[in-house]
Design a protein around this ligand. Structure first.
Ligand code: MN
Length: 170
């Protein structure tokens, strides 16, 4: 069996956020990360668990029509494979998941930690990068704004500008 995949989509909806999704159990288990993931090991990002998505959504890039929930433009900001040294289902259940990401932008050891569940059931997690060989102090996801699929920015997608494969930044 091939390694499970992960994807991060930069989504300009009502509020900008990054959708962090990992392939697990036949779905994309998902978190919304308002400030985006970072390689900076000094930073902890809030991550809100959101509904699982179908695997079909893995490489979705485009415009979600106005009026719908989540309407706005989406790019595939990063993609690759992931693995964990632990039992993934149990780690998720226990609220501490260690992930080694093999993406184009995101590499190395990340940790997702469930910190609290709000009264409305919304799960709040933290996403952080460990201090390892891939850590970069001060690394800002917003400084790496292009799709790894097409090289496009969210603005390009909004205006339906064509992209090209292999044009992505890192
Ligand atoms: Mn979203």
């Amino acid at each position: 069996m091939s390694a499970p995949r992960f994807v991060v989509q930069r989504h300009r909806a009502r509020n900008l956020h990054y959708d962090f999704r990992i392939e697990l159990g036949g779905v994309l288990v998902s978190w919304a990360v308002p400030k985006g993931p970072t390689l900076d090991p000094a930073v902890r990002r809030a991550a809100f668990r959101v509904e699982d998505h179908d695997l079909d959504y893995y490489d979705f890039e485009g415009v979600i029509a106005g009026g719908q929930y989540g309407s706005g433009d989406v790019i595939v900001w990063d993609a690759g494979t992931w693995e964990t040294p632990d039992d993934a289902d149990r780690a998720l259940e226990n609220g501490e998941l260690h992930l080694d990401l093999h993406g184009e932008k995101l590499r190395g050891r990340f940790v997702l930690i469930h910190t609290r569940t709000a009264a409305n059931g919304k799960q709040e997690w933290l996403l952080l990068h460990k201090r390892d060989e891939y850590a970069i102090d001060g690394w800002d996801p917003e400084a790496h704004p292009r799709s790894v699929l097409t090289g496009r920015t969210n603005e390009d997608v909004r205006h339906h500008r064509p992209g090209r494969r292999g044009a992505a930044d890192r």
